[in-house]
Design a protein around this ligand. Structure first.
Ligand code: CIR
Length: 299
């Protein structure tokens, strides 16, 4: 039997997403990008288009209230991680068992002190979705942007935001649910060029998922700086051209892939492989070092 792409055994089926629109003081968040000050109205418009795309992918979207106490709080992905409750076997679960298990979640401990308060707001939100979340504890730090689910394996980036203690705590929590993990040290990467499509950070990856995305079917989109890592041996790599590095942060949701608009070579590669893409304008979030994945929690 041939299953549609979104029922492939290494893929999760997503039904919900949590987002938080940017607050009016969004430009006061952290950034290393030298791309100018974001325009708030344009950011709201881009965020609304992003939510519409999630709905187009079949997700029910919960929109939280904007939170001006935390200017980076629109990047909800960094405050929590969601994963399935069971080791996968998702196809058989879907085909034969209509009842779906509750999602599991972990509250993170963001590496940037200015973002730690976002977790307390997220704790209140999770009550409705994953009532007993695990939690990263001090001295561990971990940002959701460093956590890349690839079927029943997780790649966890060691970055300026995520330390070994936090990564190890997450690996232990995930192992309780049958997932394996490996760590990918993305600190000190260099060689990325300062061209418009290069990562906003210019010379380094803020998070692992700034340069890596899992696209199901054993495929990873990767920037050149990560392409030769032993951790990714055995995967089919879709290389993101150096002029289009920002596009690596794409998001597979059921049978579609959200991609940043303006990166035609990468989008063409995906389409040639049979993916249906939805291109979204991200300019205002890119100015704050944000990418597509960080604007939502999907489960
Ligand atoms: C920060 O520096 O924390 C935010 N301005 C951007 C976070 C982007 N998050 C992500 O890529 N997961």
């Amino acid at each position: 039997m041939v299953y549609p792409r979104f029922l492939c055994k290494d893929l999760r089926v997503f039904t919900k997403a949590i987002v938080r629109p940017p607050a009016a003081n969004f430009a006061e968040g952290l950034t290393t990008a030298d791309l100018g000050v974001p325009n708030f109205e344009r950011a709201l418009t881009q965020h609304e288009a992003y939510c519409a795309a999630l709905e187009q992918c079949g997700l029910t979207v919960t929109r939280l209230a904007a939170d001006p106490r935390h200017p980076d709080s629109t990047f909800v992905e960094d405050a929590a991680i969601f994963f399935g409750a069971l080791p996968h076997g998702r196809v058989s679960a879907l085909v034969s068992e209509p009842a779906r298990p509750l999602p599991q979640a972990v509250l993170t401990r963001p590496g940037a002190p200015s973002r730690r308060g976002e977790v307390e707001s997220m704790r209140e939100v999770l009550v409705d979705f994953a009532p007993s979340p695990g939690e990263i504890q001090s001295p561990g730090t971990l940002d959701g942007g460093d956590v890349c689910e690839a079927g029943n394996h997780f790649f966890v980036g060691l970055s300026e935001r995520t330390n070994e203690v936090g990564a190890q705590q997450l690996a232990e929590l995930l192992a309780q649910f049958g997932y394996t993990s490996s760590f990918v040290d993305s600190r000190g990467l260099s060689g990325m060029e300062s061209v418009p499509g290069a990562l906003a950070t210019g010379s380094h990856l803020l998070h692992l998922k700034s340069g890596l995305a899992f696209l199901g079917e054993n495929r990873l989109a990767v920037v050149e700086a990560l392409a030769n890592r032993a951790e990714f041996a055995g995967y089919d790599l879709i290389l993101v051209d150096s002029a289009e590095e920002y596009a690596a942060n794409c998001v597979l949701i059921n049978d579609r892939v959200l991609v940043a608009a303006g990166y035609p070579a990468f989008e063409s590669k995906l389409r040639a492989l049979g993916y249906q893409t939805i291109a979204l304008e991200m300019s205002e979030f890119q100015k704050m070092d944000g990418g597509l994945s960080c604007l939502s929690l999907r489960f």
